[in-house]
Design a protein around this ligand. Structure first.
Ligand code: DC
Length: 202
């Protein structure tokens, strides 16, 4: 039986770092599903129809080096409201989740839609201000000239779009464990997530 860990949450809550660390700790493969939407968003910015871009997505597309920009992030959250885009990306995510060695998938709807049968579900969250401060530092460390207020607006706009959409909105699964990272440093947050998985594995 495959072992799947679903880690969901809003932008910049720390779920990417936590998911990578949890995957490494337990020797599981990791899929950052946001990258799928980012590829489709990037393709849309290049003029491609997002539904066609989602239908034709390939694993190597996730290696594009321009997927982390704020423009692509906004485009990703726009294409993510299109039901047909989400549908085309289902198989890719589900077959990754079923791989025999087990997998960690992080995103917005992993515990609710993609892998409702996941053995462990964690919903990672933090206040918008805290997430904006982290994202701001991350982008500045990449050499981008960004300001906190603009990043906060960006975080709030993406939260609203991700939470209010009709198809697979961002929300915790009923059986998800909540992990609020607002007051935690990353090592503590990872340790809590590892403890949650360890307890669930029995
Ligand atoms: O996790 P991220 O910031 O890379 O995600 C980019 C966008 O993709 C996000 O604003 C919403 C969308 N997304 C989604 O709708 N469902 C997922 N499972 C992952 C991401």
């Amino acid at each position: 039986m495959s072992f799947t860990i679903a880690i969901d949450g809003p932008a910049a809550a720390g779920k990417g770092t936590i998911s990578k660390a949890v995957a490494a700790h337990f020797g599981l493969a990791h899929l950052d599903t946001g990258l799928l939407y980012r590829v489709v968003g990037a393709r849309m910015l290049e003029g491609m129809d997002p539904v066609a871009a989602a239908r034709d997505i390939r694993a190597e597309d996730l290696e594009r080096d321009d997927l982390r920009s704020p423009g692509v992030a906004q485009a990703a959250s726009k294409v993510a409201v299109i039901a047909q885009v989400r549908e085309h990306l289902l198989d890719f995510q589900r077959s990754f989740a079923r791989r025999s060695g087990g997998a960690v998938l992080d995103g917005r709807d992993i515990g609710t839609v993609i892998c409702p049968e996941a053995q462990v579900k964690i919903f990672v969250t933090a206040s918008p201000e805290c997430r904006a401060a982290r994202r701001c530092k991350e982008l500045q460390d990449q050499g981008l000239a960004v300001e906190y207020d603009a990043v906060l607006e960006d975080v709030k706009a993406r939260d609203a779009r991700d939470s209010d959409r009709a198809t697979a909105p961002l929300r915790p699964a009923e059986d998800a464990v909540l992990l609020d990272t607002s007051a935690l440093d990353i090592d503590t947050a990872v340790a809590r997530a590892v403890a949650i998985v360890t307890a669930a594995r029995g």
